[in-house]
Design a protein around this ligand. Structure first.
Ligand code: ADP
Ligand code: MG
Length: 368
């Protein structure tokens, strides 16, 4: 007797309990028998013919926030990654599952648009998304390989300029209607910043700080939208030895203000810099920004928004430093110190950095 499981193709569920959905997908996607039944079912995604439809081996991968990532080896010898798309369940249960039904929709479309927008002249790559199993919320994608390491400071000099060029090209790209349809659902912009804003709340202690953030919200609301990655950090940028720079983890890819990606990534670079004892965080940020700004088409107010997304991300990440890196036990306090100074007024050179990409002399250093 087969274990009692709902039938493939009839598994539409109205349950909003994300944990149950994850458990069900895990039960199916870690069983060879189930994977092959799913791939053989007409309700399930069609993979390119050269890959075939028969999996002979499945290995579960360690995710950061995801509960299910598998590497499947097909009879043809190809390997594909299957990732269950239900973001941040382990890391941030407080984000709940609002918008769950919609968020999975079109992840393959967004990944592939991102991928197609990357310019040939960079080594940045995005795995090709072959299919999305909407029943189990699993995206089937190209395997970037096993020998990957997260972006480290030793990679900055070669990778950050390439990443800047790549991201500018994606942000510049006209977004086709298919992508609009895939995210035309409840307020995605606010769901991107809502949780970080809760993290910022405790720092908004004065009227002038609150006024500044109200100005940011107004500027953000009137900014143009682009396809963004939504979770661009060193954890999701994997480097292969002498090979491409892989951008992974499109769970939060979205249509939003492109300053989000820039501020978010810059904040992660700053945290990585401080974590490795480098005080002047402008060094890695300018490596990335100089090439980004050389190619980006930025709106009026872009630098103001990017600086504020940078600060917002620092506030948000203070609570999850261990997850990111934190070799340094004093890191949290140091970030908090910078943040509280910058919340009153970001130093001019920080603002200039997001406007021009070049580090200006001294000012940030003297604020340490
Ligand atoms: N397409 C892929 N190719 C190779 N490895 C992958 C791929 N997708 C995910 N992985 C592996 O799984 C890990 C977590 O993937 P990620 O998409 O970042 O999930 P999470 O949402 O858990 O952070 C990656 O660091 C990588 O090791
Ligand atoms: Mg990740």
């Amino acid at each position: 007797m087969k274990p009692a499981m709902p039938q493939v193709g009839l598994m539409e569920t109205s349950r909003s309990d994300g944990l149950v959905l994850v458990a069900e997908a895990r039960a199916r996607y870690t069983s060879l028998d189930w994977i092959n039944r799913i791939l053989g079912s007409p309700a399930c995604p069609t993979l390119p013919p050269h890959i075939g439809t028969r999996v002979v081996r499945v290995d579960e991968q360690e995710g950061n926030a995801s509960d299910l990532i598998v590497r499947c080896t097909f009879e043809s010898g190809h390997t594909l990654i299957g990732k269950h798309f239900l973001p941040v369940i382990k890391a941030k249960p407080e984000m709940a599952f609002r918008g769950l039904e919609e968020r999975g929709q079109g992840i393959d479309v967004r990944m592939n648009l991102f991928r197609q927008s990357l310019p040939d002249r960079t080594t940045a790559r995005v795995p090709e998304a072959y299919a999305y199993d909407a029943v189990n919320r699993v995206v089937w994608m190209e395997d970037a390989g096993e020998e990957l390491t997260p972006l480290q400071p030793v990679h900055w000099a070669t990778c950050l300029p390439a990443l800047g060029t790549a991201l500018a090209a994606v942000h510049r790209r006209e977004v086709p209607a298919a992508v609009h349809v895939s995210v035309d659902q409840p307020p995605l912009r606010s769901s991107l910043i809502e949780y970080p804003f809760r993290a910022l709340d405790r720092y908004l202690t004065t009227g002038s700080r609150r006024a500044r953030w109200r100005r940011f919200l107004a500027a953000d609301a009137s900014a143009g939208h682009a396809l963004i990655h939504g979770d661009l950090s060193h954890k999701n940028i994997l480097v292969a030895p002498d090979g491409p720079i892989w951008l992974l983890d499109f769970d939060r890819s979205n249509l939003a203000n492109p300053a989000y990606d820039v501020g978010f990534f810059a904040a992660h670079l700053a945290i990585q810099a401080w974590d490795t004892g480098l005080e002047d965080v402008r060094t890695p940020i300018s490596l990335f920004l100089a090439s980004y700004l050389a190619d980006a088409r930025t709106d009026e107010g872009f630098d103001f928004c990017a600086v504020h997304y940078f600060l917002l991300t620092l506030a948000y990440r203070i609570d999850s430093l261990a997850f990111l890196c934190a070799h340094d036990p004093g890191l949290r306090d140091r970030i908090e110190l910078h943040l509280s100074r910058w919340l009153d007024a970001p130093p001019g050179d920080l603002e200039a950095l997001f406007r021009t990409g070049s580090p200006a002399p001294e000012e940030t250093r003297s604020s340490h």
